[in-house]
Design a protein around this ligand. Sequence first.
Ligand code: ASP
Length: 433
Amino acid sequence: MRLALHWQILIGLALGLCAGLVLNRYGPAVREVAGDGLGAGVIDSVVRLNWLLGELFKRSLQFIAVPIIVLALILALGSLGDPKALGRVGLRTIAIFACTAFISVGLGLTLVNLIKPGSDRFISPEAREALLRETARPDAADMSSRAGKISGWDLVRDAMPTNPVRAMAEGDMIQVVVFTLMLGIGLSLLPRERTRPLYEALDALNEGFIMIVRGIMRTAPVGVFCLLVPIAATLGFHVLKSLGAYCLTVLLGLALIQFVLYPLVVKVFSPIPLRRFFRGIAQVQMVAFSSSSSAATLPVTIQNVRDRLGVPGDITGFVCAMGAKINMDGTALMQAVATVFLAQFYGMDLPLPAQASIVFTAVLSAIGTPGIPSGGMVMLIVVLRSVGVPAEGIALILAVDRVLDMCRTVVNVTGDAAVAVAVAGRSGTEQKM
Ligand code: ASP
């Protein structure tokens, strides 16, 4: 009997984590004993080979993300047909996206104010000194300077493409979504006889891409293994102690979104049993966890939500394609927690109005966050700036962000699936159940 694919992926994930942790624990000792000799060479080659195979897996999904967004949105807008149906689905989608985003940020702010992970209770003076030295790390400085160029105004301006081909070539997802929405609405307003051949051709193309996703997913057990080995092998556990309370606060918030908020959304709006929902998106969550990229996971999200949860193709395409870009509850929560944590760390007092403003800036900057690894870290600067917390603070939490990024990406993709199921509602999913 063959094991179901999600079990195979889970095993790949667990083995990858174990192998990486073994390398992390014993790699330095072997290197020390072997010097630059054979042992050290073998370890480096193993890590590199895994990194290469993992990257190939991730890239094979990434290259489909832009065509899938374009096709999914145009086909969805075409099949939703009349502007009234489109307006209804669009409003419902945006309303649920917005509600879950504000609740997530509120949750993050409540937890971080209750737990106070940046206070002296959790960070000793020595740990504080050591953390401050982290600010000098070159990758942190690079991220701060990259992030330093972004402002809230630029974010809104940059959402409008000047050249759709360039937006697609550069994978600028928000511009791709804006351009495709406009084109999709334009096409849906033309007489059906004129557009039918185009929709049929695009539909066939879309199916072709979904077939590619199915093929790639057969390699996913190996893909996630290879993605995880180098990550676990290079994790810095030393910082985990002083930043443990911060990590736990973020993880607790993510768990509440994942296991309380989303199940509520699914239960209230849809007839799908929760077991079936979580089983249906297990593969999506594992790919998100190992790739840390909701954009790369999008093809898998669309395929699973449509085929395994039975959500109609038009609603799946519309909600998931939009969601991969603008629905990032895990990221919004992290940005809220990180901002208040850093304020506590630097001994700043953030009054209530400042914290209230974080609600809006965190939701906005999560919308602007690219669905790529560490995308949320770069955009965190917008929130930090809005309340005057030093931007170098990013460097302090960078070392632990890898793991948090993996977890919040899982939440981000689960949110897209939950909202797709909710928007389909009772009528949408019943016939396929
Ligand atoms: N990696 C996250 C995602 O792709 C974005 C983030 O860094 O928060 O959803």
